[in-house]
Design a binder for this molecule. Structure first.
Ligand SMILES: Nc1ncnc2c1ncn2[C@@H]1O[C@H](COP(=O)(O)OP(=O)(O)OP(=O)(O)O)[C@@H](O)[C@H]1O
Ligand SMILES: [Mg+2]
Length: 449
């Protein structure tokens, strides 16, 4: 079934591939199938063996097809924030007809977006997304959608997101080998930021920390834009490895112990609850307390939180009104919020999708990808069209990443007031508290200037 009302989010994680089928039923998005497959050919968020990853993708999507009874063709693919770069762009076109102003139509927006994309992008990078912040018609700025207006000159400001061609090429190739096509690439923190946070959280500023298996991705959403991202190269796999080393047990056992008995905050674990652990080289299981196991877990999580907190301090963004939202599999550890509160100011909460079958924070990204396309506004769709024709088709195998400098941190230079972007916000006339809004605007202006 090739149904445009069906959206398939594909989250290619380091430890597992999640495929999630969403259907728009009378304006309500419903999850109608999910597939989860252990990942293969992945390292720290990126594909390192296309064939292995392709097989895992194929299995994950096949499960989702079976559960949803949908013949999947296209998928919306999340891209990791590794090596992501953000830059401000500006485009301007003349729309006058024989010197006379005329009504702005879709084609003008397409031409304008094409013009904005004529920025110099290094040959090893490719455009992933262009998010408009504001349109200006004959000098009148702050316009969300200029179509239907009359003018001579049309301008656009926005944020351009670029990533290494290799990452996108490998993802595209693996999906093709699995037998599917890419409907859209979306930077995962953009998908989660725009779809899991409420309007106020996106507007005033929120920190999202994706505690994945292979890495931890921290992003800042503010003024309805992804403003900053930082990828820490440690995740749940490290916790499992620590347990395996300290308790002298196999990785498989360690993973199970973590999930069944682990706490991120060891003070919440019971010292009297003893667990039998199969230890390498011993015939009989050895007993460890849940508290001891949790101390091992806590030590690693603290290291990750500590680095993330230092990074946020470095950019002078220790507290945002939206607080901190934790997603990713590691966020399922009991006590994770209370531990996080020791490192981050403001409210801390774990996001768990409410839909049946995906009530686990590891599904946050695939769920957000499934929602993403459905929630795009008319303007977003036009601009996406230009981004896709500009780049996705052109990634080539010759463009390898030999020249990439590892860069785990990205920020956008932003000092103009962005506009609300999504369709569901277009009617929103909520007034912000001036002082608070200004405070955080200046914070980000300082940060990115
Ligand atoms: N209940 C649980 N308790 C503790 N850890 C868990 C639990 N469930 C999953 N995890 C851990 O979460 C991690 C996987 O999370 P997730 O699926 O979000 O990562 P990923 O998307 O595969 O990786 P990444 O985002 O780093 O590329 C694994 O390390 C797994 O052990
Ligand atoms: Mg992930």
């Amino acid at each position: 079934m090739d149904n445009s009302e069906v959206y398939v989010g594909l989250d290619i994680g380091t430890t597992s591939i999640k495929a999630l089928v969403c259907e728009n039923v009378k304006g309500q998005i419903k999850v109608i199938g999910v597939g989860v497959e252990p990942a293969a050919g992945m390292s720290r968020g990126v594909i390192v063996d296309i064939d292995k990853t392709a097989r895992a993708i194929s299995n994950a999507i096949a499960q989702a097809e079976e559960k949803s009874n949908i013949d999947i063709k296209q998928v919306i693919v999340g891209l990791p924030a590794n090596y992501l770069q953000m830059q401000r762009v500006h485009g301007m076109i003349t729309i006058a007809n024989n010197g006379q102003s005329r009504e702005i139509v879709d084609q003008d927006v397409l031409n304008l977006a094409r013009e904005a994309l004529t920025q110099s992008i290094p040959p090893e990078r490719t455009v992933i997304d262009l998010v408009p912040t504001e349109f200006t018609v004959d000098g009148f700025d702050g316009i969300k959608d200029p179509r239907g207006m009359v003018g001579v000159r049309l301008e656009m400001k926005g944020t351009l997101y670029t990533g290494p061609k290799t990452i996108i090429h490998n993802a595209k190739k693996a999906i093709q080998k699995a037998g599917y096509t890419v409907r859209d690439f979306v930077v995962s923190p953009i998908a989660t930021g725009f779809n899991l946070l409420n309007d106020g959280e996106q507007d005033f500023g929120t920190i999202v920390i994706d505690l994945g298996g292979g890495q931890t991705t921290t992003s800042i959403i503010h003024d309805h834009q992804l403003k900053y991202s930082y990828v820490d190269p440690e995740g749940g796999q490290y916790i499992t490895k620590d347990i395996s080393t300290v308790l002298n047990t196999s990785l498989k056992n360690a993973e199970q112990l973590k999930r069944d008995h682990g706490f991120a905050d060891s003070t919440q674990a019971d010292d009297n609850v003893q667990i039998d652990v199969d230890v390498v080289g011993q015939d009989k299981p050895v007993q460890y307390s849940e508290r001891y196991l949790s101390e091992v877990i806590e030590a690693r999580v603290r290291q990750i939180f500590n680095r993330v907190a230092r990074q946020l301090e470095r950019i002078n963004a220790p507290e945002l009104p939206g607080g901190v939202i934790l997603i990713g599999g590691v966020a399922a550890l009991p006590g994770i919020s209370s531990l996080a509160k020791q490192y981050f100011s403001g409210n801390v909460k774990v996001f768990v999708p409410e839909q049946m079958g995906i009530r686990h924070p590891r599904f946050a990204t695939s769920y957000a990808l499934g929602l993403y396309e459905d929630r795009l506004s008319g303007i977003d769709r036009l601009i996406k069209q230009v981004v896709q024709e500009a780049d996705f088709g052109k990634t080539t195998a010759e463009n390898n990443d030999a020249n990439h400098q590892p860069q785990s941190e990205s920020a956008v230079n932003s000092n103009s007031r962005p506009i609300q972007k999504r369709a569901d916000r277009e009617q929103n006339t909520k007034k912000k508290d001036g002082s608070l809004s200004n405070k955080f605007k200046s914070l980000f202006n300082n940060l990115f200037d």
